[in-house]
Design a protein around this ligand. Structure first.
Ligand code: SAM
Ligand code: SF4
Length: 333
């Protein structure tokens, strides 16, 4: 079991498989994209599976594939299938912008992916193009439809309250839960480069606007142990509305996550540039026992909570500075 210094049981691993993406969301990626890591820089699928296998022996039972955009890495379904073969992995999720889902949804389900979260920040095609710098809303919505026709155990839509997002953007996305059996989750924006959050709507402000627009929200069935969303039901809705107070009431005390970057850094907290570089161990002949020992030592340094901004490195014990995360494309949210 992986219990950190504050008694939190860490059993959820988010794996970023690439830093590349086919969109350029303004709040996540620079317009020119990122200088892509070379093939050698990023972990191979067999290296990722090995980390998952070792971490499963320590209690990890949920894995989520993310990016960048996970569906732009070739053969992602083979990685998914291998991860699902690892004993103790009960749930494999994938977070995607949905653009490649029309072709990929059934392939992913066949490979054993249990659920997909699709990121859509507006239902207005022009606004979507402004936000993502690509005219891809019809394709993302096709992706959502494809996911709904596939037997995933869960299909969710993520929508971020980034500075510059308009109430009509997120209210339109919320309406998907009226039409479809999907949970739509509004997520407070996190300033990964230390930007001000003053221009971003808080979850509480969004909650009020949702009630004004769709009627009084009633607490819905909550998903146990899976994440920080609190769920609500609006009159006549078939899907739930999830609200994630990432910043205004942080949920660090319930944090059960570790993150593996595409380059093989095990990151302990989104806001701290500390962690452990597993790639040199994986490529340097380390045994599984050595990996276990290193991971158990590293998690002792998982910070108690974030301060809502990137924190200076706090090097401690075997943890050292790892790549600076200045955009969510580097670590996958
Ligand atoms: N490309 C995939 C996608 O967009 O779903 C997976 C990676 S993306 C980084 C994962 C999630 O992080 C998306 O829902 C995205 O909207 C969200 N995200 C990106 N930057 C964020 C930020 N600064 N604060 C909160 N969420 C953010
Ligand atoms: Fe790409 Fe996802 Fe970042 Fe948008 S949020 S640029 S889709 S990685």
């Amino acid at each position: 079991m992986m219990n950190d210094a504050y008694g939190r049981k860490l059993h959820y691993l988010r794996v970023s498989v690439t830093d590349r993406c086919n969109l350029r969301c303004r709040y996540c990626m620079p317009e020119a994209g990122v200088t892509p890591f070379s093939h050698d820089d990023i972990l191979s699928y067999s290296e990722i599976v090995r980390v998952v296998r070792v971490m499963a022996t320590l209690g990890v039972d949920r894995v989520r594939l993310t990016g960048g955009e996970p569906l732009v890495r070739k053969g992602i379904e083979h990685l998914a299938a291998k991860i699902k073969e690892v004993s103790h992995i009960r749930f494999l999720g994938l977070t995607t912008n949905g653009v490649n889902l029309p072709e990929m949804a059934s392939v992913l389900a066949d490979a054993g992916v249990d659920g997909v979260n699709i990121s859509i920040d507006t239902l207005d095609r022009r606004r979507y193009q402004e936000i993502t710098r690509r005219d891809a809303l019809p394709q993302a919505l096709k992706g959502l439809n494809a996911a709904l026709e596939t037997p995933f155990s869960s299909v969710k839509v993520n929508c971020v309250l980034f500075p510059g997002s308009l109430p009509e953007d997120w209210l339109s996305v919320i309406s998907l839960a009226k039409k479809y059996p999907v949970d739509v989750r509004l997520i407070e924006w996190m300033p990964m480069s230390g930007e001000s959050i003053d221009n971003a709507a808080t979850a509480d402000e969004a909650f009020e606007k949702i009630e004004e627009t769709y009627g009084t929200l009633k607490p819905a069935r909550q998903s146990v142990g899976a994440g920080p969303a609190r769920y609500w039901l609006a009159p006549d809705f078939i899907g739930r509305i999830g609200i994630i107070h990432a910043m205004s009431h942080n949920f660090c005390s319930e944090c059960n996550r570790l993150r593996l970057s595409a380059t093989g850094n095990l990151k302990l907290c989104l806001f701290y540039d500390i962690g452990i570089a597993l790639k040199p161990m994986l490529r340097g002949g380390a045994s599984d026992d050595q990996l276990v020992e290193t991971i158990l030592e590293a998690i002792k340094h998982k910070p108690k909570q974030h301060a809502g901004r990137p924190m200076a490195m706090e090097e401690g014990g075997i943890c050292s500075a790892i790549e600076h995360v200045d955009g969510m494309h580097k670590i996958g949210g």
